[in-house]
Design a protein around this ligand. Structure first.
Ligand SMILES: [Zn+2]
Length: 309
């Protein structure tokens, strides 16, 4: 990154299924948006409409900021752009799948659109502006309705030839065999996601409860809740230990609803992770995210400041 480039404001768009969020950051104070706007995605109107909404967002940002359109804009979205073809896949905004979103947005806006998976954007934001700032290698986890992740090394998101670097949620866990929507069995997501924990609790206790209720009942001594959370600790530790053996990150930032659970940051969880390490001690820090729902759009903006997205 050249010094001249770092002085330019960074523009980012978080393209969600229901809303498009846009932000302009000042690189000298990037954890505060200079400007931030929202528009509805209106995904049911189709792909061309989404492209128009993105263009509208950029025009509105130009108007309120008085800034000229930048040469590069970062865009975060669910799904993965296949590096070889430039086509998006695995997006839950279905009309984006199979489309050359990056190329089409670039052509429409007349500037370079740099696309990244939304989990990668969150990881990039937390690594460069949030909890992971100052750590060379970050594994940014989303542990919520789904389980995903992103890897950031020295401020750069790792993507990989398949665009799936950091997608640990669909690694199988030994001894687990619950079918996953991805076609495999026993994926981490089928064990550690919020809905999976709720299902486990319901099967064990015979009563359906939300994850926050389960967490609060565990502290009141509900045996099924305690078993559910201890199972999370054990399985999460096993899953994360495998990642640490491969990546050896300086810090892990644990986002998503399940990432709020205090138990994951307890010393006994670190001890459980250590059991799976090829090392006699564990130095990797386990951090709570600090940017909240700003991480997606801030990470998208930081993509435009990143030399190798
Ligand atoms: Zn899966």
């Amino acid at each position: 990154m050249s010094p001249a480039k770092t002085m330019l404001p960074c523009w980012g768009i978080d393209l969600g299924g229901t809303k498009i969020e846009g932000a302009i950051l000042d690189p000298s104070e990037p954890n505060k948006a200079l400007y931030r706007l929202r528009l509805p995605t209106e995904a049911t109107e189709g792909y061309d409409h989404i492209l128009r909404q993105i263009e509208r967002m950029i025009e509105q940002l130009e108007q309120i900021s008085g800034l000229p359109r930048p040469a590069r804009i970062g865009i975060g979205t669910p799904g993965v752009t296949v590096p070889r073809t430039g086509l998006l896949k695995n997006s839950n905004t279905l009309c984006l799948n199979g489309k050359a979103v990056g190329r089409d947005v670039s052509a429409r806006l007349g500037c370079e659109a740099i696309l990244a998976n939304d989990a990668n954007c969150c990881a990039l934001a937390e690594a460069t502006l949030g909890a992971g700032r100052g750590y060379p290698t970050i594994f940014g986890i989303i542990l919520g309705t789904g389980v995903g992740g992103g890897i950031v090394v020295h401020g750069q998101v790792l993507s990989g030839p398949h665009g799936i670097a950091g997608e640990w949620g669909h690694n199988p866990l030994p001894g687990e065999n619950t079918p996953c929507y991805c076609g495999h069995y026993g994926c981490i997501e089928t064990v550690c996601s919020g809905p999976s924990l709720e299902k486990f609790y319901a099967a064990h206790s015979g009563i359906a409860r939300s994850l926050p209720e389960i967490v609060s009942r565990a502290s009141e001594g509900d045996a099924s809740a305690i078993i559910t959370l201890e199972r999370l600790r054990s399985k999460f530790s096993e899953a994360l230990g495998a990642v640490i053996n491969i990546l050896d990150p300086d810090a892990v930032v644990i986002g998503g609803g399940v990432g709020n659970i205090d138990l994951l940051y307890e010393e006994s969880t670190r001890t459980a992770v250590l059991r799976h390490l090829f090392n006699p001690y564990l130095r990797t820090e386990f951090l709570r995210p600090t940017l909240g729902d700003s991480a997606g759009v801030f990470g998208a903006a930081m993509l435009s400041a990143s030399s190798k997205p």
